[in-house]
Design a protein around this ligand. Structure first.
Ligand SMILES: NC(=O)CC[C@H](N)C(=O)O
Length: 387
């Protein structure tokens, strides 16, 4: 027997479907993701905290779920909206069916709704607050609940999803990245990674590139991090509005002062822009997908990227020492920045993919190159001082 469910939006629109996850009620910002694969990675990406994720790909759950595809310890999305939940699980990697996974994660999910109609609506009206209720729910009550969600603007959620204590990470991707990686074993880099809601594939990829990773809570001060003597500092992705994360902005300003190599992804990129004196703004409905074309402005090359953001760096606000390096070919928004004359850069999309294409993996190597150069610079100055 199926249990009914409804999705109500703040503008009063109500969709009727069935419950395919845990029973109950959930509220959040309704966003849509156009990736054709990767439902488990998407749901466990901490950047989706307080969001109800609509997957536009119509058939979800057919390859089940497994422990390797977790991008964090648990599901972070507040709810899921899909067209069709697969009745059959078919994959040698599967450990649990998708619906079992949703129920164990206590994730409220609605299926059998017209996700194309919902997506068109969100593209027209912009992101809206929403509410999913399962069982015999009153649509008017669900609309009221949706209206109670204030929206993500002004919300510091990095503090909410970050780790409690620092920890070491040393697992690679396991499936390897070719011989280039294997030859790097003699050059260990110590990277301190800020966990604003970090995705595991970032940690795996940096481990593949022979980085020794120390992951620290979002509010760790710059002095504490510098005392760990890192070769570089990584600023992670994460949920919520970057502007209220003043503790992180302050720490990054210090890192810029001492010119330690810095690499930021998504929220980390936005925080780098804020620390450099720029501003960020809320987008109409954001970018969430796995096929967004981004142009590398220096080479003119177009790269296909994975995306998940609802805020963006305001180009007009950037000071003269911040160069825009990448731009979205969908809407022209800033997709990459670099600080002139120092080893600090950020990328708005997700080079770590999971899910998505690997066109931008080389950005991790650029971070390694920055750390290499800084190390060599340090050796030169020590030698010069001895002479
Ligand atoms: N994936 C991310 O890091 C998202 C960053 C930020 N929360 C945004 O929505 O823009």
């Amino acid at each position: 027997m199926t249990t009914p469910a409804i999705l109500a939006l703040q503008d009063g629109t109500v969709f009727h479907g069935i419950s395919v996850g845990s029973e109950g009620k959930t509220i959040g910002e309704v966003v849509f993701n156009t990736a054709m694969t990767g439902y488990q990675e998407i749901l466990t990406d901490p950047s989706y905290c307080r969001q109800l994720v609509t997957l536009t790909y119509p058939h979800i759950g057919n390859v089940g779920t497994n422990s390797e595809d977790m991008e964090s310890r648990r599901v972070h999305a507040s709810g899921l909206v899909i067209r069709d939940s697969s009745m059959v699980t078919s994959s040698w990697r599967s450990e649990r069916s998708f619906s079992e996974f949703l129920r164990q994660a206590k994730t409220v999910a609605i299926a059998e709704i017209d996700t194309r109609k919902l997506t068109r609506l969100l593209r027209e009206t912009g992101a809206q607050s929403g509410c999913i209720m399962t069982g015999d729910a009153d649509p008017a009550v669900a609309v009221q609940h949706a209206r109670k969600f204030p929206g993500i603007s002004g919300m510091d959620l990095a503090k909410f999803v970050t780790c409690e204590q620092k920890y070491q990470w040393s697992h690679g991707t396991e499936f390897g990245r070719g011989p280039r990686v294997m030859t790097r074993r003699i050059a260990p880099y110590h990277v301190v990674a800020y966990d604003f809601g970090i995705k595991r594939n970032i940690l795996r990829l940096l481990s593949d590139l022979d980085c020794r990773m120390t992951v620290v809570p979002a509010t760790t001060s710059a002095d504490e991090v510098l005392a760990m003597a890192p070769d570089g500092v990584f600023l992670s992705n994460g949920p919520g509005d970057p502007e209220p994360c003043d503790y992180a902005i302050k720490a990054i300003q210090k890192f810029l002062e001492v010119e330690i190599p810095l690499f930021g992804i998504c929220l980390g990129h936005q925080l780098l822009a804020l620390a450099a004196g720029g501003r960020t703004e809320k987008m109409k409905f954001g970018h969430h997908g796995a096929n967004h074309p981004v142009q590398d402005l220096a080479s003119g090359r177009v790269l296909i990227s994975s995306q998940n953001h609802g805020f963006a760096v305001d180009e007009a606000s950037l000071p003269g020492n911040v160069e825009v390096t990448h731009r979205s070919l969908f809407d022209g928004s800033v997709q990459g920045i670099a600080l002139s004359g120092q080893p600090a850069f950020g990328f708005q999309g997700h080079p770590e993919a999971s899910p998505g294409p690997h066109d931008l993996l080389f950005l991790f190597e650029r971070f390694i190159a920055d750390m290499d150069e800084a190390k060599r610079g340090a050796v030169h100055s020590t030698l010069a001082a001895r002479q």
